[in-house]
Ligand binder design. Structure first.
Ligand SMILES: Nc1ncnc2c1ncn2[C@@H]1O[C@H](COP(=O)(O)OP(=O)(O)OP(=O)(O)O)[C@@H](O)[C@H]1O
Ligand SMILES: [Mg+2]
Length: 389
């Protein structure tokens, strides 16, 4: 792995500089504290999330926690310009037992402030809860291997913030954004066609408005899992902190403008609000099969002769074959996650919108035949219940 080699070479040639290699320091997190919403703790109790990650990543969580408490060296690295606007710190962790390599973690605020550029759909400071809920739902649906590995840890972030929570993303060193796919001849493979509708269905359920081409990653064709077997999926979904808002639909979502450094960014809030009026009362399933990330993959998939992802012959069989097998577990996982919200109005808002989406998927799965008339296709909508606190 080039990154591993780089790190090892760096450690060899550089006399150990104590200021660089150390346990985390409260100052590392000043940007995270600045971006923390003080109202966050009234809405969500983070302590329930300290153990909400899947058991399968326990060893990585333990490894991280012992490293931040100072038992092994870490290298603080500077986020590159590729990263979005939110505050974050990145570290390289040393190799641990059974791990393929030293790897990087990305530390993000748990109670993140709402950002200007996302305000048209993000109204509630539930970022950490949302990321952990998303992970839990994907695991319940049997597709946890396609979700990034993420946990919550407490850190000493300075006076008054001695046990402050943050989301810790265990970055997959092999992954790159599907943004790179169109120029990469080995990027697409037909087995991805099984995974793509599942991503869209979960994005629909969770109201993921943020599935742009940098928030879906892919792995190389020869990627192996930790036991040395070919990976079960070459797609990896990341960055779900803005899910579960249920305040906007894709229909009303603004057009993005492209910034050469940051990538796609939405129009200013006032313009978004205007556009958003149109999609205020309902959301549409098809739009989640037509997210920016999936459109980017589709560009490569069409050369293989696959139908468009938005066609009924992709969408309807995928729902009918898969959803009935996983719905019970997904609903149970959601029920349990909703109990972790402190405000009952907030959990009711989320529950109501979530159930609308479950009902639509149930209705599609129960259809006797997979053919849709044009009118039926256009009508794959759910009401959007908007709650303004
Ligand atoms: N699990 C992961 N594996 C590999 N790379 C990752 C992973 N998570 C994030 N990255 C890389 O880090 C970048 C930034 O991460 P992320 O998308 O979580 O934050 P962001 O888009 O900057 O956040 P925000 O949208 O909250 O401002 C990603 O675009 C990707 O390149
Ligand atoms: Mg992102």
């Amino acid at each position: 792995m080039p990154f591993v080699n780089e790190l090892e070479a760096f450690l060899k040639r550089t006399p150990i500089d104590k200021s660089l290699i150390k346990a985390v320091h409260p100052n590392d997190f000043s940007a995270i504290i600045k971006e923390t919403d003080p109202a966050g703790a009234d809405v969500v109790d983070h302590t329930q999330d300290l153990n909400a990650h899947p058991r399968s990543i326990n060893n990585k969580v333990e490894h991280y926690r012992s490293a931040i408490s100072g038992s092994s060296p870490m290298v603080r690295t500077t986020p590159t310009s590729l990263f979005g606007v939110s505050a974050k710190a990145t570290y390289s962790l040393p190799r641990a037992d059974k791990m393929q390599s030293p790897y990087k973690v990305l530390v993000k605020p748990y109670h993140e402030k709402l950002h200007e550029r996302a305000k048209f759909w993000q109204k509630h400071p539930i970022q950490g809860w949302a990321e952990m809920t998303n992970q839990s739902l994907w695991h319940a649906a049997g597709i946890g291997h396609m979700h990034q590995q993420v946990h919550v840890s407490e850190h000493d972030m300075g006076p008054g913030f001695e046990k402050h929570p943050a989301i810790v993303v265990h970055m997959d060193p092999r992954a790159q954004a599907v943004q790179e796919m169109p120029g990469d001849p080995n990027a697409f493979s037909n087995d991805m066609m099984h995974d793509i509708p599942k991503i869209a269905i979960m994005d629909f359920l969770t109201n993921n408005m943020d599935r742009h081409r940098q928030n879906l990653l892919y792995l190389p064709q020869d990627a192996r899992d930790e036991e040395g077997f070919p990976v079960r999926s070459r797609l990896l979904a990341i960055d779900h902190g803005r899910n579960f808002q249920y305040h906007a639909s894709h229909k009303g979502a603004p057009k993005f403008i492209n910034d050469p450094l940051i990538g796609d960014i939405p129009l200013p809030t006032e313009e978004q609000d205007k556009i958003n009026q149109e999609g205020k009362n309902k959301d549409n399933l098809i739009h989640y099969f037509d997210s920016d990330a999936l459109r980017t993959i589709e560009h490569s998939s069409r050369f293989e002769g696959n139908p468009p992802f938005v066609s009924p012959r992709i969408i309807i069989p995928a729902i009918a074959r898969w959803w009935p097998n996983v719905r019970r577990q997904v609903i149970a996982a959601m029920d349990s996650r909703l109990r972790g919200l402190r405000e009952s109005q907030m959990s009711e808002h989320i529950r109501k919108n979530f159930i609308e989406r479950v009902n639509l998927l149930d209705k599609i799965a129960a259809r006797p035949e997979w053919y849709l008339t044009q009118a039926e296709y256009k009508d794959l909508n759910v009401p959007l219940h908007v709650w303004d606190r």
